[in-house]
Structure formats: structure tokens, C-alpha cells
Design a binder for this molecule. Structure first.
Ligand SMILES: Nc1nc2c(c(=O)[nH]1)N[C@H]1C(S)=C(S)[C@@H](COP(=O)(O)OP(=O)(O)OC[C@H]3O[C@@H](n4cnc5c(=O)[nH]c(N)nc54)[C@H](O)[C@@H]3O)O[C@H]1N2
Ligand SMILES: Nc1nc2c(c(=O)[nH]1)N[C@H]1C(S)=C(S)[C@@H](COP(=O)(O)OP(=O)(O)OC[C@H]3O[C@@H](n4cnc5c(=O)[nH]c(N)nc54)[C@H](O)[C@@H]3O)O[C@H]1N2
Ligand code: SF4
Ligand SMILES: [Mo]
Length: 679
């Protein structure tokens, strides 16, 4: 195997590590041992050499002098961010001796890991870490901050995270981008849609905010937040009413179409219009367009599932392609997520068998504030990696109060002294993905890719896998699982007899080719992994679990007397909170703004460009007002998880609710309410 780190100069293949569906192939340019340029790999069949601006500017982040270089311990008060350098030996020793004492006194469930996908590498995010915390017997973290409500909802209909091959959408004649800001969050889906547009395809965007994606659309359809299920039911009503359904497909590949037909009778366009704010004429027009266009494609985003009713919203939308039999046509169907096609051997990688007590408690990451302030028996130690909960977690003021607890022993492993790391007792420096070995599986396209180290480890930083190996050793864990090399783990993960699609993908092939496509077949004709093997328009499984077995609309929860629904979505130039601490990225984004309708601006005395205070029972923010026609009355939208710059109040999660969505323990970031006044 060629070692890229030994070559001081050259261009090396790589993969984007960020939590983005596109998972681009990259080429890393190195000069004198340093990364000087990142560009797209033109050979990658899906991403084809195009990458986003944020990653084009990645060298700024990788070579940032503010990167953590060595381990540190806290010498000031909690949250004061005063630290002193220590050695790795002292760091590991402090952590392991503190944990041994905690386990002796309170049991291992007093320790809570907290992580997400700051780096999507499989072995670094769900490999050695999971083995370690399983063996430790720590509280288990339910990692539900991102897509879990929608994944559950889609799964009830379709049997798992399986959609169409995005490469096939080149043939689509209609794109419905539903609750996805794809220009910013899935740029290659947009690139494919652009090509299809040249062949006459129409681009429809359904969103609560006329953002970059709304402006790109041929037809932008604004609707009230959390009413998407009603709109989808209205479309179904028209399709059945006007006999635009594919009866043959419904017969062969679905269950419950008769129940559904009867059920949607009540969702006539007039009723749906009152709920959604979409006019009757537009509901008719959309349903007719959808009913008459083949192949048509729905890209289901994450936005609409970050709501109280998000699981059911996605469950409902995912029924639509079945009605007109779109799944039978190349380029027809939907994508919510495609991770099912690339599923690896989780058992081998995570080793759940190392967990002695199978009833070890689970803590939902969306309730971190509660977990730290209100849970019995208490959490006495938090180990954070691949995530920045002080900024990204809902009900942020409670999260930060929890992190301030004097009796909470917090370890944070990151590349930077993040807002979360400022509260740590021990800070550990992390390598960037370009310093590690790992493999990556897209949740949109069908390629698995490999990362081999391109540059030497920065300072004394270490990859997640190595830190957990050292912790295992210090805790006295002798299992062979902790001695596995990165290559061993990749081989174990790829060996998944239960996934027929990746039988062709081996470690050797990845090393040789850099990216390998799974051997994926279209879903139909075929059997799904739902209980019936068919698309479940009516779901017995849902009924048993206490849900409406049919697609349904339930309004968002009310919250006191706050008049406006507050949507704080991602922005173009950050990746969640990643890059928010980069000068370059922050300056491209300028400042956090609050989009408000002219009507509401008039009502609350707000002029364009002024500072506004946004508040509710959970907290407050101060942002710059942007008055216009981007949002409907009753809704305000801001974009980006900005960093906590002293003198600002821009942590938007100070305002978001930590209650859980209807399914999957999902987050409800977008269902909160606020009031707004001029500062
Ligand atoms: N540039 C950039 N790319 C990213 C990220 C990033 O931070 N920045 N984050 C990555 C991650 S982790 C994820 S999960 C994805 C998220 O990316 P997307 O799947 O695009 O999801 P969001 O951006 O959260 O929300 C998408 C849209 O939903 C809209 N929305 C909110 N509520 C509703 C509603 O009730 N109905 C409808 N129809 N629309 C609604 C928002 O206005 C927003 O435009 O992007 C990934 N890619
Ligand atoms: N208001 C609001 N809040 C949201 C969202 C929203 O739309 N609105 N989106 C939510 C969603 S969908 C998601 S996915 C979450 C994401 O939230 P997070 O998972 O916290 O994502 P990031 O903010 O990107 O933070 C990732 C951190 O991991 C670090 N990191 C990167 N690589 C490594 C590594 O190899 N090792 C270690 N140890 N650390 C590493 C990075 O430096 C960074 O600090 O945010 C959620 N929060
Ligand atoms: S963030 Fe997304 S679009 Fe940008 S380089 Fe990475 S995978 Fe590609
Ligand atoms: Mo996410």
C-alpha cells in the first residue's frame, strides 16, 4: 500500500468527511507536507469534480493555528476556558482513574458518551468508540438529533432507507424538492436536476422559506410549517378523485390502497388549503402536474421532519410515488435517505456483545439538558466527540447550565476549542479526517469510499479510534476487539452477509479504486423489507405501536402565547456548527439574519436591517431583521449555527424546544414559537 504521508508533495485522493449527503470525492494537494488546496475529484462518477465553497476553503480549517495541538486540563472555573497543557499519559490517566472511581461509587451508567457525525468515517464514529462504551457499560446515547423521525416514518412505508439511485434522476421529468434546501445541502442533486431541466424537467420546491433553493425553482410553493402531511393528503385526494392513480401498481405492490382511498376523501383541496396556506388552485395544479408526469422524483429533506409531526409527515409524503406507480420508471420515485443500500456489518464493528447489561439505560441526545440537570440517577461524566452540543443541541440554555455543573466530569475530544470544549475538564486534540484511515458510506449516492492518511497528525492530535484504544488499555479491557487495526475494522465492517448490495466491495478494491459503487438494483419489481414485503399505505405495525395506521395530519403543538413559529435551519457556508469558527466562512455568510414577512414586521414595529430581540420561555437571541417576502406571516426563519462570539446573542438553539417528535425520538428544532421586538 502506498503511503501518502511519506510524500511531501503531490495530489492525493480523498473523500469529504462532512455530514453531507453528497460525500464528494476529493483531491488533496500537498506542498512541503501541508495541505494547500482541496478540489473535487473529477473521476468520481456522481460528484464529478464539483465541490462546495466551504470545503474548497477547507485548508483554512485544517491549517488553522487555533487547532488544538495537545491535551489540556481545566485550571479555571467551569466554562471559563482556562486550560493548562498536559501529556497524553496524564490525560488518559485522569480520565480512566476518574471513571474507575465513578463506576465504583455510582455504576457505569453515570458516564454518558455524546457524539454525532462531525466526521462521517464509519470506524471513527461507530466503531472503536461503540466497542469501548459497550464494554464500559456506559449509558447508551440515542443518536436522534438528525434524521431519526423521518427515517422511522419512511421506514414504515418503504421498509428502510431505500430510495432510487440519484444518478437515475437524470431521467426525471419533475423534481419536487420537499423540505430540503438542496442548493446548500445537496448540491449534486441540484446539478443533476439542472441537466434534467435542459431536457425539459420542471423543478418544484415546497418549503417555508424562499431560500437559495426556493429561488432556483421553476415553481416555489410556500406553506405553513408542519402542514406538509396535509398537502400530501390533498394531492392524494386529487389523484384518486381524478383517476390518476396506477391501479395495477397499487394492486401488485402496495397494501391498504382501498383504505387510503376512503381516508383521503376528507382532504379535499378546500380543506387542505385552510390548513396549509396553499391556494386551492395551486393544490389542484400541483396534484395534476404530479399525476401527469412520469418519471417524477421527490427529494424528501430533513427540514420537515424536525417538527412535532415530522415522522408522520415523511411517512405520508413517501406514499405518493406509489400512487402513480413512479417506482417502476427509471428516475421515478423518491429519496429520503439511501443508507440501507450501503449498510455494513454493525455487529462486527460495534460489538454490542461487549455490553454486559442489556438493559443499560438509553438517553436521547435531544434531551441533553434534562440528562445533565434532571435525570436520576445522575450523569457524573460526559465524553463528547464528533459533536458540539453547546451550540447544536436544542434548549441550549439548559444544556449549558448542565455543562456548568461542578460535579460533572467532562471530556471533549475535538479539533478546536469549541463552545462545548470550553466547559471541559479535559480537552483532547483530534486529528482531521485527512490524517486518518477510515471508510465512508454516502447516505444519498451508492458509493463507498476510503480515506488513507494524506498528512501527518497535527501536533499531538489523535484519531478517535486511537484514543479509545488507549482508554481501553487504561481501563484494563483485554478484549481482542481493542487491538484491531483500522484495516481489520474496515474488513470486518465490509463483511456483511446480510447486505447483498455490497458483496462486491472489498478493502483491496477500495484501496485500489478509492470509490466503489454498490451492486444496487431498482426496488421494483421486487419485495421490500416491510412486514408485507410491499409498500405499506396502511401499516399494521404502526397500528400496533399506537400510531394512525394510515398517513395522517396532526397540527404542531401550541406553545404559550408566542405568535411566530421559529425555524433555525442550516446555512450555506457552515456545516452545522463546523466552519462557524472560521473567519473565511463566517465572512462569506456575513451575519445571522431573521427573515420576517412585511405583515409581521409592520405588526411588531420592525424595519429591515435593524437588530431584533427574539425570545420565548427558553431564552433569547439578537439577530438582524430581514423584512420581505421570503416567509409567510406567522413564520420567522434564521439560518446557521453561529458560534458564541462574546458580545453577541446568536445561539439560536437557546430558543428551540427539546421535546421529541412523533417518531424515532427525533428532534423538533423547527416547531418552537417566539416573539420578536426591536432591540
Ligand atoms: N451547507 C450545509 N450543508 C449541510 C448542512 C449544513 O449545515 N450546511 N448540514 C448537513 C446535515 S447534518 C443535514 S441533516 C442536512 C440538512 O439539510 P436539509 O435536508 O436541506 O434540511 P434543513 O436544511 O434542515 O431543512 C430544509 C428546509 O426545510 C425547510 N422547512 C422547515 N420546516 C419546514 C416545514 O414544515 N415544511 C417544509 N416543507 N419545509 C420546512 C427549511 O426552511 C429548509 O429550507 O444538510 C447537510 N448539509
Ligand atoms: N437549530 C438547529 N440546530 C440543529 C440543526 C438545525 O437544523 N437547526 N441541525 C441538527 C442536525 S441535523 C445535526 S446532524 C446536528 C449536528 O451537530 P454536530 O454533530 O455537533 O455537528 P457540528 O456542529 O458539525 O460539530 C461536529 C464537531 O465534531 C468535530 N470533529 C470533526 N471531526 C472529528 C473527529 O474526527 N474526531 C472528533 N473527536 N471530533 C471531530 C468538529 O470539529 C465539530 O466541532 O445539529 C443539529 N442542530
Ligand atoms: S460538504 Fe458536501 S458538497 Fe461540500 S465537499 Fe463535502 S460532500 Fe461535497
Ligand atoms: Mo443532520
Amino acid at each position: 500500500m502506498r503511503s501518502y504521508t511519506e510524500e511531501a508533495n503531490g495530489i492525493f485522493p480523498s473523500v469529504c468527511p462532512l455530514d453531507c449527503p453528497d460525500q464528494c470525492g476529493l483531491l488533496i494537494h500537498k506542498k512541503d507536507g501541508k495541505i494547500v488546496k482541496v478540489e473535487g475529484d473529477p473521476g468520481h462518477p456522481v460528484t464529478q469534480g464539483a465541490i462546495c465553497n466551504k470545503v474548497r476553503n477547507m485548508p483554512e480549517r485544517i491549517n488553522d493555528p487555533n487547532r488544538l495541538k495537545y491535551p489540556m486540563k481545566r485550571v479555571g472555573a467551569k466554562g471559563e476556558a482556562r486550560f493548562a497543557r498536559i501529556t497524553w499519559e496524564e490525560a488518559i490517566d485522569t480520565i480512566s482513574s476518574t471513571w474507575k472511581a465513578l463506576i465504583a461509587e455510582h455504576g457505569p451508567e453515570s458516564i454518558l458518551p455524546y457524539s454525532f457525525y462531525g466526521n462521517m468515517g464509519n470506524i471513527g464514529t461507530e466503531g472503536m468508540d461503540r466497542r469501548f462504551f459497550n464494554r464500559l457499560g456506559a449509558s447508551r446515547l440515542e443518536r436522534a438529533i438528525c434524521q431519526s423521525a423521518g427515517t422511522a416514518g419512511y421506514g414504515y412505508t418503504m421498509g428502510g432507507s431505500f430510495g432510487i439511485d440519484p444518478e437515475d434522476t437524470l431521467h426525471s421529468k419533475l423534481f419536487i424538492m420537499w423540505g430540503i434546501n438542496a442548493v446548500s445541502t445537496n448540491m449534486h442533486q441540484v446539478a443533476i436536476a439542472e441537466k434534467a431541466r435542459k431536457n425539459g424537467a420542471k423543478l418544484v420546491v415546497i418549503d417555508v422559506h424562499k431560500n437559495r433553493t426556493g429561488r432556483w425553482a421553476d415553481w416555489f410553493i410556500p406553506l405553513r410549517p408542519g402542514t406538509d402531511a396535509a398537502l400530501a393528503l390533498g394531492i392524494m385526494h386529487v389523484l384518486f378523485r381524478d383517476k390518476k392513480v396506477d391501479e395495477e401498481f397499487l394492486q401488485a405492490y402496495t397494501v391498504g390502497h382501498e383504505e387510503l382511498r376512503a381516508h383521503v376523501a376528507q382532504y379535499d383541496p378546500a380543506t387542505v388549503s385552510v390548513i396549509t396556506g396553499v391556494s386551492v388552485a395551486n393544490i389542484e395544479k400541483l396534484a395534476t402536474l404530479y399525476g401527469e408526469t412520469t418519471p417524477s422524483f421527490i427529494r424528501i429533506g430533513n427540514g420537515l421532519q424536525h417538527h412535532d409531526n415530522g415522522g408522520m409527515a415523511i411517512r405520508t409524503i413517501s406514499c405518493l410515488p406509489a400512487l402513480t406507480g413512479q417506482w417502476m420508471h427509471r428516475g421515478g420515485g423518491a429519496i429520503k435517505g439511501n443508507s440501507g443500500f450501503l449498510s455494513h456489518n454493525e455487529y462486527a464493528l460495534q460489538r454490542p456483545d461487549l455490553l454486559a447489561n442489556k438493559r443499560t439505560r438509553q438517553i436521547n441526545m435531544n434531551r441533553l439538558g434534562d440528562a445533565l440537570l434532571d435525570t436520576a440517577p445522575p450523569v457524573y461524566s460526559l465524553y463528547v466527540y464528533n459533536s458540539n452540543p453547546a451550540v447544536v443541541a436544542p434548549d441550549g440554555n439548559r444544556v449549558r447550565s448542565g455543562l456548568k455543573r461542578e460535579d460533572l466530569f467532562t471530556v471533549v475530544h475535538d479539533l478546536f476549542l469549541t463552545e462545548t470544549a470550553r466547559y471541559a475538564d479535559i480537552v483532547l486534540p483530534a486529528t482531521s479526517s485527512f490524517e486518518n484511515t477510515d471508510f465512508y458510506s454516502s447516505y444519498w449516492h451508492h458509493f463507498i469510499q476510503i480515506q488513507q492518511p494524506v498528512v501527518e497528525r497535527y501536533g499531538e492530535s489523535l484519531p478517535n479510534v486511537e484514543v479509545f484504544r488507549r482508554l481501553a488499555d487504561a481501563m484494563g479491557f483485554e478484549d481482542e476487539a481493542f487491538k484491531d487495526t483500522e484495516e481489520d475494522m474496515i474488513r470486518q465492517a465490509l463483511d456483511n452477509p446480510r447486505n447483498p448490495y455490497i458483496q462486491n466491495i472489498t478493502f483491496e478494491e477500495l484501496v485500489e479504486k478509492q470509490y466503489v459503487k454498490a451492486d444496487v438494483k431498482p426496488l421494483f419489481p421486487g419485495r421490500l423489507s416491510t412486514p408485507s414485503g410491499k409498500i405499506e399505505l396502511y401499516s399494521q405495525q404502526m397500528k400496533r405501536r399506537g400510531y394512525d395506521p394510515l398517513p395522517a395530519f396532526t397540527p404542531l403543538k401550541e406553545e404559550g402565547n408566542y405568535p411566530l413559529i421559529f425555524i433555525a435551519a442550516p446555512n450555506h457556508n457552515f456545516l452545522n456548527s463546523t466552519f462557524s469558527n472560521n473567519q473565511k466562512h463566517a465572512s462569506m455568510e456575513k451575519m445571522p439574519r431573521l427573515s420576517i414577512s412585511r405583515e409581521d414586521a409592520g405588526k411588531f414595529g420592525i424595519e429591515d436591517g435593524i437588530q431584533v430581540r427574539i425570545w420565548n420561555d427558553r431564552g433569547e437571541c439578537v439577530l438582524t431583521a430581514s423584512v420581505g417576502d421570503d416567509v409567510l406571516p406567522g413564520v420567522v426563519v434564521t439560518q446557521g449555527l453561529w458560534s458564541d462570539v462574546p458580545g453577541t446573542k446568536q445561539l439560536v438553539n437557546s430558543l428551540t424546544p427539546d421535546r421529541l417528535a412523533d417518531m424515532g425520538g427525533g428532534a423538533t428544532f423547527f416547531s418552537g414559537r417566539v416573539a420578536v421586538t426591536p432591540v
